[in-house]
Design a protein around this ligand. Structure first.
Ligand SMILES: [Zn+2]
Length: 232
């Protein structure tokens, strides 16, 4: 007997406290076929990324498991005054199409921006939206959202300062720059990860070397000449 790939969990809405159900993909049935260099996953069967956002069917508030369980008073006010009466209430609790997934991410982005969520959460939502467009090979929209995601990741890095010795974040900033064709910027971030003696994350150091090499090839393919920085 085949197991149903989705199961339901109960979530309490951070705004109206309504308890609703939302679907998740069973961990044992998550089958990644491949992963892109910026961690975009491709799955056989249900895509777990389609089920990241939880949307309350009674008030429309959308968030992820990384958001706070409860909104602070000023966040409640922002949501109530700015968007609550504009949201169309819909139940996204069952299985989701690509279109549904995109709607839920855009709702979560709108809610996150309205209540002033952290840049890390906003960056991740923007990045997921870019991936959805990549699945559909819509390059214009993909690049547009990658650029927004990149700007938010840079804010995360700047806010965390030197203490935020986050190799994965720095690698992502380099890789999104490379994907957007900003080669000089990309190299700056890759070389930071490679040359910073405090960074011990071997997988990220290797990824930076690989993407730097790929970038040189891309530039040569496009007939561009390599500067000293890019040669490394
Ligand atoms: Zn609600």
């Amino acid at each position: 007997m085949e197991m149903e790939p989705l199961y339901k969990i109960k979530v309490t809405c951070a705004y109206c406290e309504n308890v609703f159900s939302t679907s998740r993909v069973r961990p044992s049935l998550k089958r990644a076929v491949k992963t892109d260099t910026d961690f975009c996953g491709y799955y056989r069967g249900e895509n777990p990324d389609y089920y990241v956002v939880r949307v309350c069917p009674s008030c429309g508030f959308a968030s992820t498991e990384n958001s706070n369980d409860r909104l602070a008073e000023h966040q409640r006010r922002e949501f109530e005054e700015k968007i609550s009466n504009r949201l169309v209430k819909r139940d996204y609790g069952g299985s989701r199409t690509w279109e549904n997934a995109l709607e839920t991410y855009k709702l979560a982005l709108l809610c996150a921006q309205t209540v002033g969520e952290t840049d890390r959460i906003i960056a991740s939502l923007l990045h997921h939206i870019a991936w959805l467009y990549r699945y559909r090979e819509d390059q214009d929209q993909e690049q547009r959202f990658l650029k927004h995601a990149l700007d938010s990741y840079i804010k995360v890095f700047e806010n965390e300062g030197i203490s935020g010795n986050d190799a994965r974040l720095m690698y992502l900033i380099g890789e999104l720059n490379r994907r957007l064709g900003a080669y000089n910027e990309a190299v700056k971030w890759f070389s930071r990860v490679i040359n910073d003696k405090k960074i011990m994350d071997a997988a990220m150091i290797r990824a930076c070397r690989e993407q730097w090499a790929l970038l040189r090839e891309e530039m040569l393919d496009q007939g561009e000449s390599l500067t000293e920085e890019i040669k490394g």
